[in-house]
Design a protein. Structure first.
Lengths: 296, 774, 158
C-alpha cells in the first residue's frame, strides 16, 4: 500500500503455478518472470516504481524439489522454500547450528516467519537481510537452476558472491534458487547473532552481526564475521577476521578487532540512524560476541 | 412466597465492554469496512512540493479514464477554508504550503481507476522560498506562508501572574532549560476514512470517524456550501481516534463534494502511508524555561516561553497552549509566573489534537525541569515535589479550583510502592561503573482537567432513555464511543440506577439525527459529563417509575427502590412487583398512557476563560504520578522499561476493567512518545511514513504495570468519578526520561530518548569524564 | 482488465471458488469478494498483524499472501471461530478480560492467538509476548490481551 500511484505498475499478463522443478524452470526460461513464494517482500514492493514484477508471475510454492531441510553426511541443505519457522522448529538444525536459529528468531514477526523463505531472503538482496548473515558465516553455497534448450542447468555460487548491490544479485532472470548448502560445523564451534532494536524482532536492522569461529582454549580459529546494513550488501569482514585469526580473546584483542572493523565498514547516514551510530553498534556487537565466545 | 432482593452495586466492578462480542467475532463493521450500493471510491492527488504557486492544473485526461465520474479541483469547490483559523481550503486553488496539500480529487468506480486518473493529472508549479523552523519563520524577510498573517504568527497567547522580577530576587537557585518536544502521530489502527451520501434535497449523510459530530456539522458546512442543518453525521464504529478526529480535515469535505458532484455515495479511505503523511500530528513545541527556588526548596517563579511549529495550516495543535498554560501555571504551587506561546506558520505538516493535548508536552518539560531543580537544590525527587505540591481546594493563578485532589497521596503512594528512594540513591551511584546494563528509576507527576474543559459555549451532553414493555432500555447519548468504553460506563450507570442487568441496556451513540447534543469526546470529559447526564436521566426515569409503583402498591415512592428487575421495598428488599409488568401497566393505562421516555441535558458547573485566561474551566481536576524503573544497555543506548508504578486519582472507579485498560493503553502510548515514536520531518518531508520505521510499542516491550487508584470521590462526578483517560499518556514519558538519567547520568532534554540519542549522550559523557580525568 | 484466475479452497470449512486478480492479496479477496471484513487492512505491509488469518495451520499476514496462492489451501478467518459449539475460548476470554477497546486489531490478534494456542496452550508470559510481536494494538497496552491468552490457554487444557 502506498500513496496513489503516480507511476503505472506493470500489468501481470501471465500466471503459472508449477508443480515440479522442470515446470518452474520452464516458466522462468524466457527471463520475463518474477517468482513469488512467501510474498513477504514481493507483495510490499510489487507496486513500487523500480521493483516491477515481470509480465509473468510464477508461484513456486508448490514445487516439491524446493522444499525441505536435509541433514546428511556432514552437510545441511535448506530448500529455497524453507520458512523461518521451519528453521526455528527443526530440532536437529537448532542443535547443530544454533546460529541459524538465533537469526531466524529475530526475523520480523511470527506471521512473517511463517511465510518468509530462505530463497526469498537471498533473492530480495536487502543490505539488511537477517538470514543472509548466518549463511555468510557458514560459507553457504547457493544452488541455482535454469532451463536452457530443454535441459536443466545447475550451478552453485558462494553466498558472499551472490549480492551485487541493494536489491541486486548475480542470479540470472531465468535462474531459480533451489536451496542453500553448508557443512555442519564441528566441535567447539561458536556462532552468535546480534541485531539492533529494543524489540526482539519486527525491526529492520540498523546493524546486524554474525560471528562464528572455532574456539579452543580461548583461541579463535576459522573466524567468520558477517554484517548487515553497513554496506550496500551484507558483507564478510575479512580484514577483521584476519586480525582475530589464531588469537586468544582478551581486552587488547577486542580493542584491536573493534578498530579493524571500524576501518573495514562503510555505513551510511539515513533516517533510521547515523553512520556514527551504526559504527558504535557494530563495535558493540563485536565486543559482545567476542565476550560470549570467550565465555563459551 | 416473599422474594427478597438485597441491595447490590455494579459500580467499581469488572464488567465486559458492551461491543466486545461483536468486535471479537469480526461482526463489527467499521467505517473502513462500509460499502453502500452504487458507491464510488474517491482519491486525492497530493502535492509533492512544500511551498509553491499552482500555475495550472490539467484534469482533461483524467476525466476521460473509463469508470471516472468526477474530477474536482479548487476551482470547482466553495472558497472556504476549514480548521481552527479557517485557513485550509480542502482543495488548494493557487498555492500549496506543505507536503500533504490536496490538489485534486477523483471519484471512480474502482480504486484502480482513481489511481489511473490521478496519474493523468498534470500540475504546473512555481516553487516558492521555504521555511521549516519557527525561529527562521519569525525573522524579517522570512517567506510568508499566509498573506493575511505577514508575521507568520498563527496564534499567540500569554499569561502573567505575580511579579517575575520579585520571584527572581527571592531565588537562591535559578535553573534554565530548553526542551524541544517532537512530532508523533496517532497511528489509529483504522486509517482515515469517510463515506458521503447525498440526497436529492441536497442533504448529506456523512459516515464519519468524527469525535465531535455535533460541532462538526457547523465546521464542515461552509466548505461544502451547505447549511449545517443539512449535514447529518453518522458514526459507525471506528478503529481508534485519540483526538485525531476533533477537527474537519480536507478529505472529509472532499468526500462530500465528490458525492455531490456524482450524486452517488463516495468513500475516501487512506493508505497507511497517506495516514502518516496527511493526518494530523501531536503539536511539537520548543520550550525555554527559567525557574527559581529557595534553599528550602520552595519554588519562587516559573518563566516559560514557547514556540509551536504550526506547519502550513491551523488545526487544534495551535490551541494546545490553552492546556499547556494550565500545567505551567497550576502544576505545583508557583507564586510568580510568565508564559507565552506563539504558533508559527512554516512549510511543515500541521498538528491536531492528540490524547493529552498540550499537557504531554508541558509535563515532559516541567517534570524534567523539576528533576534538574531537585538535584541542584540538593533534594531527592520526592521531597522536592512534595514541598511544592498542590493542595485540595487550592485556587490556582488561572482560577482553577483544584477541589478534591490528592497529589501528596499520589506522590507518597508511588514512592512507597516502588521503593523509590532506596533504589534512586543506589542507582545513581552506578553512573561510572563499567557495567553494560544499568538500572534507573524516575518519577513524574501531572495535573489535568478531569471534569470537562469549557472551550465551547456549552460543555454539556444530552441523554434520552426509553424503556419498553419488557424492561429493556435504550439509551441514546450524545457521547461518542471511540473504543474507550463510554458505552459500557453508561450501561453500568443505567443498570445501577434502574436495577436491571447491563445486558438489558442498548446504547445508541452514533447519529446526530437521533442523538442529543454533545461537545465531543475530548479532555477526559466523557465519563464525567455523559456519565452524569445518563445518571440524571436514569434518576428521572426511576422517579417516574417509583411514582407509578407507589400508586399501585400503596407504598410511598420514597420507600421503594428498583433492584434485580423488580420494584422492591427499599428497607427490606421485599419484591413488590416485576419491573416489566409495571412498565406494561404504565404503557397500557388507557388515556393516561405512561411510556417511560426521559431526557436530560447536563451542563457542568464550569467557566470559560476570560480574556486574561482566568476561569475555572473544568468541574474537577486530578493528578497522576508514575514511577518507571528502566534498564539501559549502555552499548546500544536501548532502554527497557521494566516496571511502571501508576498512581492516579480517579475520583471513583466505575468499570475497573475499562479503567485499567485506559491506563495500560495510555502508558503504552506515552512510552512510545518517550522512547520510540518519532515522526521524522526533514525540510517538510515525512521520512518514515511506515510502521517499520515508526515504532509503536509492541507486546514484548511492555513493562509490568502496578496500578493504584486513589478514590477522592468527586462531589459532582457520576458516582464520584473523575475523567481519567489522558493522564497516563501525559505523565509516563518524563518518568522514563528521569529514570534514564538516574541510570546513566545522561539527561535527554528532547524526546524521544531514542537509542541513538542516548548512545551519543553516553559517548559524550565518557569523553567528558576521560578529559576530566586527564 | 487485470489477469484473473479461479482459485478453489476451503474457507472456514466450506469449499469456495472465486476469481482473483493475479496481483491481489488474499486479504483483498476475503474482504471485497467474499464479504469477510473481520480481517482488517491497517498497513498492507505485514507490519501490524490486523489481517492475520490461519492458512494450512500457519498464521499469516493475509495482506502479503498472493490471492492466487489460496488454491487448494485451508483458510480460517475470525468469522470461522463462531461455530455450532459457540464462540471460541479466545473470543470469550477477550470479552471477559477487557482485551478489546476500539477492536480494530482484535480479529487479527485473536487469529494469531488461536494459532499460538494450537501449538502450545501453556505458553509462558514471555512466549505469549513474543508470539504477539507482529500484532500492533494502539489502545490496550497489550496487558489485557495477554491476560486473555493465559485464560484461554487454561480453558484449552482444563
Amino acid at each position: 500500500m502506498t500513496l496513489p500511484q503516480l507511476q503505472q505498475p506493470p500489468a501481470i499478463e501471465e500466471y503459472a503455478a508449477p508443480r515440479s522443478l522442470d515446470e518452474a524452470l520452464d516458466a522462468l526460461a524466457d527471463g520475463a518472470a518474477t517468482c513469488v513464494a512467501g510474498g513477504t517482500d514481493l507483495w510490499v514492493q510489487k507496486d513500487e516504481p523500480g521493483r516491477a514484477v515481470g509480465k509473468r508471475l510464477v508461484n513456486i510454492k508448490n514445487v516439491p524439489e524446493l522444499a525441505g531441510i536435509e541433514v546428511k553426511a556432514g552437510r545441511i541443505r535448506l530448500g529455497a522454500l524453507v520458512t523461518m519457522t521451519q528453521v526455528l522448529e527443526h530440532k536437529d538444525l537448532a542443535k547443530k547450528v544454533p546460529l541459524l536459529r538465533a537469526a531466524a528468531d529475530k526475523f520480523a514477526s511470527v506471521q512473517i516467519r511463517n511465510a518468509a523463505t530462505v530463497g526469498g531472503n537471498i533473492a530480495n538482496a536487502s543490505p539488511a537481510a537477517d538470514f543472509v548473515i548466518p549463511l555468510l558465516c557458514l560459507d553457504a553455497e547457493v544452488s541455482l537452476a535454469s532451463m536452457k534448450a530443454g535441459k536443466v542447468k545447475t550451478r552453485t555460487v558462494p553466498i558472499n558472491e551472490v549480492f551485487a548491490g541493494p536489491g541486486k544479485t548475480v542470479i540470472a532472470p531465468e535462474e531459480l534458487i533451489t536451496g542453500v548448502e553448508f557443512a555442519v560445523p564441528g566441535k567447539n564451534f561458536y556462532g552468535g547473532f546480534a541485531k539492533t532494536g529494543p524489540r526482539p524482532a519486527l525491526e529492520i536492522a540498523l546493524v546486524s552481526l554474525g560471528f562464528a569461529a572455532y574456539v579452543e582454549g580461548g583461541t579463535l580459529r576459522d573466524v567468520r564475521l558477517a554484517l548487515g546494513a553497513v554496506a550496500p550488501t551484507p558483507i564478510r569482514a575479512r580484514k577483521t577476521e584476519a586480525a582475530l585469526e589464531g588469537k586468544s580473546i582478551d581486552d587488547a584483542l577486542i580493542d584491536t578487532a573493534a578498530e579493524a572493523l571500524d576501518a573495514e565498514i562503510a555505513p551510511i547516514d539515513d533516517h533510521r540512524g547515523s553512520a556514527w551510530y551504526r559504527r558504535r553498534l557494530a563495535r558493540a556487537y563485536l565486543m559482545q560476541e567476542l565476550g560470549h565466545a570467550a565465555s563459551g | 412466597m416473599t422474594k427478597i432482593i438485597e441491595k447490590d452495586t455494579i459500580i467499581g466492578k469488572r464488567v465486559r465492554k458492551m461491543d466486545a462480542p461483536d468486535k471479537t467475532t469480526g461482526r463489527t463493521r467499521y467505517v473502513n469496512d462500509m460499502v453502500l450500493p452504487r458507491m464510488l471510491y474517491g482519491k486525492i492527488l497530493r502535492t509533492d512540493r512544500v511551498h509553491a504557486k499552482i500555475l495550472r492544473i490539467d484534469t482533461e485526461k483524467a476525466k476521460a479514464v473509463p469508470g471516472v465520474h468526477a474530477v474536482l479541483t479548487g476551482a470547482d469547490t466553495p472558497d472556504f477554508g476549514i480548521g481552527v483559523l479557517k485557513d485550509n481550503p480542502p482543495l488548494k486553488k493557487d498555492r500549496v504550503r506543505c507536503i500533504r496539500d490536496e490538489i485534486a480529487a477523483v471519484a471512480a468506480e474502482s480504486e484502480e481507476a482513481c489511481d489511473e486518473a490521478l496519474r493523468l493529472i498534470t500540475v504546473e508549479y512555481e516553487d516558492l522560498p521555504t521555511v521549516f523552523e519557527c525561529e527562521d519563520a519569525l525573522k524579517d524577510g522570512a517567506p510568508v506562508i499566509h498573506e493575511e498573517r505577514p508575521d507568520n504568527i498563527a496564534m499567540a497567547q500569554h499569561f502573567d501572574h505575580g511579579d517575575i522580577e520579585q520571584g527572581k530576587a527571592e531565588s537562591d537557585f535559578i535553573v534554565e532549560g530548553d526542551y524541544n518536544v517532537h512530532y508523533v502521530t496517532h497511528c489509529n489502527m483504522g486509517v482515515s476514512c469517510a463515506v458521503a451520501d447525498i440526497d436529492p434535497d441536497g442533504r448529506v449523510t456523512l459516515y464519519s470517524q468524527s469525535q465531535y459530530p455535533f460541532i462538526m456539522k457547523m465546521d464542515i458546512a461552509p466548505s461544502l456550501g451547505m447549511h449545517p442543518g443539512d449535514v447529518r453525521i453518522v458514526q459507525p464504529p471506528v478503529g481508534g481516534a485519540f483526538g485525531s478526529k476533533l477537527d474537519v480535515y480536507p478529505y472529509e469535505p472532499i468526500c462530500v463534494l465528490l458525492a455531490k458532484a456524482t450524486r452517488r455515495p463516495v468513500k475516501v479511505i487512506f493508505s497507511r502511508e497517506e495516514e502518516f503523511i496527511a493526518s494530523p500530528t501531536r503539536q511539537p513545541v520548543e520550550f525555554k524555561i527559567k525557574a527559581g527556588m529557595k534553599k528550602d526548596g520552595t519554588l519562587t517563579f516559573r518563566e516559560v516561553d514557547t514556540l509551536l511549529n504550526n506547519g502550513g495550516y491551523t488545526s487544534w495543535g495551535a490551541t494546545t497552549p490553552y492546556v499547556t498554560m494550565r500545567t505551567i501555571t497550576s502544576h505545583y504551587k508557583v507564586p510568580h509566573i510568565h508564559y507565552s506561546a506563539k504558533a508559527v506558520y512554516t512549510n511543515n505538516p500541521f498538528a491536531g489534537s492528540f490524547r493529552g493535548y498540550g499537557n504531554v508536552q508541558a509535563t515532559w518539560a516541567i517534570e524534567t525541569h523539576m528533576d534538574k531543580m531537585a538535584e541542584i537544590g540538593g533534594f531527592n525527587p520526592i521531597e522536592f515535589r512534595l514541598k511544592n505540591a498542590n493542595e485540595p481546594d487550592e485556587i490556582t493563578p488561572q482560577g482553577s479550583n483544584l477541589g478534591c485532589i490528592d497529589l501528596v497521596g499520589c506522590l507518597n503512594t508511588a514512592a512507597e510502592k516502588s521503593d523509590f528512594l532506596a533504589k534512586w540513591a543506589k542507582y545513581k551511584d552506578g553512573w561510572d561503573s563499567p557495567e553494560r546494563y544499568k538500572r534507573g528509576i524516575g518519577i513524574a507527576a501531572s495535573l489535568h482537567n478531569a471534569g470537562g474543559a469549557k472551550i465551547h459555549k456549552s460543555d454539556g451532553c444530552g441523554t434520552i432513555i426509553k424503556m419498553d414493555d419488557y424492561a429493556r432500555i435504550t439509551v441514546i447519548t450524545g457521547a461518542s464511543e471511540i473504543g474507550q468504553g463510554i458505552d459500557t460506563v453508561i450501561a453500568q450507570i443505567m443498570a445501577e440506577e434502574l436495577g436491571i442487568p447491563m445486558r438489558d441496556v442498548t446504547i445508541v451513540a452514533n447519529d446526530t439525527a437521533t442523538g442529543p447534543w454533545d461537545v465531543g469526546v475530548h479532555a477526559s470529559r466523557t465519563t464525567y459529563i455523559a456519565g452524569k447526564s445518563a445518571q440524571r436521566a436514569a434518576q428521572k426515569a426511576k422517579a417516574q417509575i417509583l411514582d407509578a409503583a407507589a400508586k399501585q402498591s400503596n407504598v410511598s415512592a420514597d420507600a421503594l427502590d428498583l433492584r434485580g428487575g423488580h420494584v422492591v421495598q427499599a428497607e427490606d428488599g421485599v419484591a413488590v412487583m416485576p419491573l416489566d409488568r409495571l412498565l406494561r401497566q404504565m404503557h397500557f393505562a388507557g388515556e393516561a398512557a405512561q411510556l417511560v421516555i426521559q431526557s436530560d441535558y447536563y451542563e457542568p458547573p464550569t467557566e470559560s476563560e476570560d480574556e486574561n485566561h482566568v476561569g475555572d474551566m473544568s468541574a474537577a481536576y486530578s493528578n497522576a504520578v508514575h514511577v518507571a524503573e528502566v534498564i539501559v544497555d549502555t552499548f546500544t543506548g536501548e532502554v527497557k522499561v521494566e516496571t511502571v508504578w501508576s498512581v492516579q486519582d480517579v475520583g471513583r472507579v466505575i468499570n475497573l476493567t475499562g479503567l485499567e485498560g485506559q491506563i495500560e493503553g495510555g502508558i503504552a502510548m506515552g512510552l512510545g512518545y518517550a522512547l520510540s515514536e518519532d515522526l521524522k520531518i526533514e525540510k517538510g518531508i515525512v521520512k518514515n511514513p511506515f510502521f517499520r520505521d515508526y515504532h509503536l510499542f509492541t507486546a514484548p516491550e511492555m513493562p509490568r504495570i502496578d496500578m493504584t487508584f486513589i478514590e477522592t470521590m468527586d462531589s459532582e462526578g457520576p458516582a464520584g468519578a473523575k475523567g481519567i483517560a489522558e493522564l497516563p499518556t501525559i505523565v509516563i514519558a518524563p518518568a522514563v526520561g528521569n529514570a534514564v538519567y538516574n541510570a546513566t547520568g545522561v539527561r535527554i532534554d528532547h524526546p524521544p530518548v531514542s537509542p541513538e540519542k542516548l548512545a551519543r549522550g553516553l559517548f559524550e559523557r565518557e569523553q567528558r569524564m576521560r578529559q576530566a580525568a586527564e | 482488465m487485470p489477469l484473473q484466475v479461479d482459485v478453489t479452497f476451503t474457507l472456514n470449512g466450506r469449499t469456495t471458488r472465486v476469481g482473483v486478480p493475479v496481483g491481489a492479496s488474499a486479504l483483498t479477496i476475503l474482504r471485497e469478494r467474499l464479504d469477510l471484513a473481520g480481517a482488517k487492512l491497517a498497513c498492507g505491509e505485514g507490519e501490524c498483524g490486523a489481517c492475520t488469518v490461519i492458512v494450512d495451520g500457519q498464521s499469516l499476514n493475509s495482506c502479503l499472501m498472493p490471492a492466487v496462492d489460496l488454491e487448494g489451501r485451508e483458510v480460517l478467518t475470525v468469522e470461522g471461530l463462531w461455530t455450532d459449539a459457540g464462540i471460541d475460548p479466545v473470543q470469550d476470554a477477550f470479552i471477559e478480560h477487557g482485551a478489546v477497546q476500539c477492536g480494530f486489531c482484535t480479529p487479527g490478534m485473536i487469529m494469531q492467538i488461536r494459532y499460538l494456542l494450537d501449538r502450545n496452550p501453556n505458553m509462558s508470559e514471555d512466549e505469549i509476548r513474543r508470539g504477539l510481536e507482529g500484532n500492533v494494538c494502539r489502545c490496550t497496552g497489550y496487558k489485557k490481551i495477554i491476560d486473555a491468552v493465559i485464560a484461554a490457554g487454561r480453558t484449552a487444557t482444563a
